[in-house]
Design a protein around this ligand. Structure first.
Ligand SMILES: [Zn+2]
Length: 391
């Protein structure tokens, strides 16, 4: 007797080279017990999901869910299990001085798995710009709070932008890298400045990134973008990509444009992951949901299996957690997303309000997190989950 059987879905799982095979999934004790055609044993609950897409639980590699502590932190389960997402990676909402809020106030209330990066700025993103002076960075204290909060801390985050750039230059990145190295964690680095036009640090910071570090907002069109003035991808960027730096394309309100994406992809840039950078205002204004972010990549011409991998197996790999996340293999924790692939005509906009149209769009149907079943909330638009319809 199983706890749950999901029957008849089309399974996409890059870790098992599955691209739409019809299989049933049986769950027991919060784990995936069987993945096979026609599982007919009894179960406490059986959901008929014929024709739906089934994927490893979606992972949003960059979002902000320090809910109730800072003003833009969105409620984790709203953008998590009630949006088809089982793992949320917070992009450094808290620094060492307020990191304790995660385990005290946020994580115990959430059903969604939360993996926070720790900001190199001591108070995280509670006030912005978060780096205003050298005294906002305390490497020693950061390292000791990382060590005290293992394994919760996923890595160190820095936004390599803002008023300290002309004053301290690349030293802010070197200090973040020092904290990550001494703490034994990875670095996530934000490019795309909206405080100052120049100088920018992108060309100097790319050679410093190590294999396994994460470059986020890779398709920003703000100062510090990965294209030079003539629209050519920086050679330092390709060196980083070839070295094994994870190329993330978080959107947010300001840092994702099709113009840059198309130029970069044409020149051989291969984004690994497609996260949202969702916040309270971002969900309202621009990025809306992880499934809508996936739909943007369908509109860019990516194939469905690639898009699903960019929100499942690839972010799991970027986190160094391929052995526990991003797969529907038997024995894994039962984090499963069931999605609708709708057919119609929609417009999906970027941060510059440029639109692409698409005839396929994704929306959440059912989420399973550690074996527990969640139905999606209404969705971020007045009409629900799907993007804006066009004629
Ligand atoms: Zn962010």
């Amino acid at each position: 007797m199983y706890d749950l059987i999901l029957k008849g879905g089309r399974v996409f799982d890059a870790s098992q080279k599955l691209e739409g095979t019809q299989l049933d999934i049986a769950v027991t004790g919060g784990k995936i017990a069987r993945l096979a055609a026609n599982v007919n044993e009894p179960a406490s609950q059986t959901l008929d999901i014929s024709g739906r897409i089934v994927t490893p639980g979606l992972i949003d590699l960059h979002c902000h869910v320090y809910h109730g502590i800072n003003d833009h932190g969105i409620e984790p389960d709203l953008v998590g299990v009630r949006s088809g997402v089982t793992t949320l990676v917070d992009g450094g909402s808290a620094g060492h001085a307020n990191f304790g809020g995660w385990s005290e106030h946020v994580i115990p209330k959430a059903k969604t798995r939360i993996l926070p990066f720790m900001h190199i700025a001591k108070n995280g993103l509670s006030t912005m710009p978060e780096l205003q002076a050298r005294t906002d960075i305390e490497v020693e204290n950061t390292v000791s709070v990382i060590k005290a909060n293992r394994p919760l801390v996923q890595g160190i985050k820095i936004r390599a932008i803002g008023p300290t750039v002309p004053v301290l230059g690349i030293d802010i990145v070197k200090l973040a890298l020092q904290a990550a190295t001494e703490g034994g964690v990875q670095l996530m680095i934000h490019i795309g400045d909206f405080y100052i036009k120049e100088p920018t640090l992108t060309r100097q910071l790319l050679p410093l990134l190590r294999e396994g570090d994460i470059l986020t907002h890779s398709f920003t069109n703000n100062p510090g973008r990965i294209l030079d003035a003539k629209g050519k991808v920086l050679p330092e960027f390709f060196d980083a990509q070839n070295r094994g730096v994870n190329i993330d394309t978080a959107m947010g309100r300001f840092n994702f444009t099709y113009e840059v994406a198309i130029k970069a992809i044409e020149q051989g840039v291969k984004p690994d992951t497609l996260s949202t950078d969702i916040t309270v205002p971002g969900r309202r204004d621009t990025v809306h949901s992880l499934t809508e972010m996936m739909t943007r990549y369908l509109a860019l011409g990516f194939k469905l299996p690639e898009v699903i991998a960019m929100a499942t197996t690839n972010p799991a790999k970027a986190l160094g957690k391929s052995d526990t996340l991003g797969s529907l293999k038997e024995g894994r924790e039962a984090d499963i997303s069931v999605l609708e692939e709708a057919t119609g005509k929609w417009a999906v906009k970027d941060c510059a309000k440029a639109a692409l149209t698409t005839d396929k769009a994704l929306a959440p149907v059912v989420t399973v997190r550690a074996g527990e079943v969640f139905m999606p909330d209404w969705g971020p638009h007045p009409w629900g989950w799907l993007p804006e319809q066009v004629n």
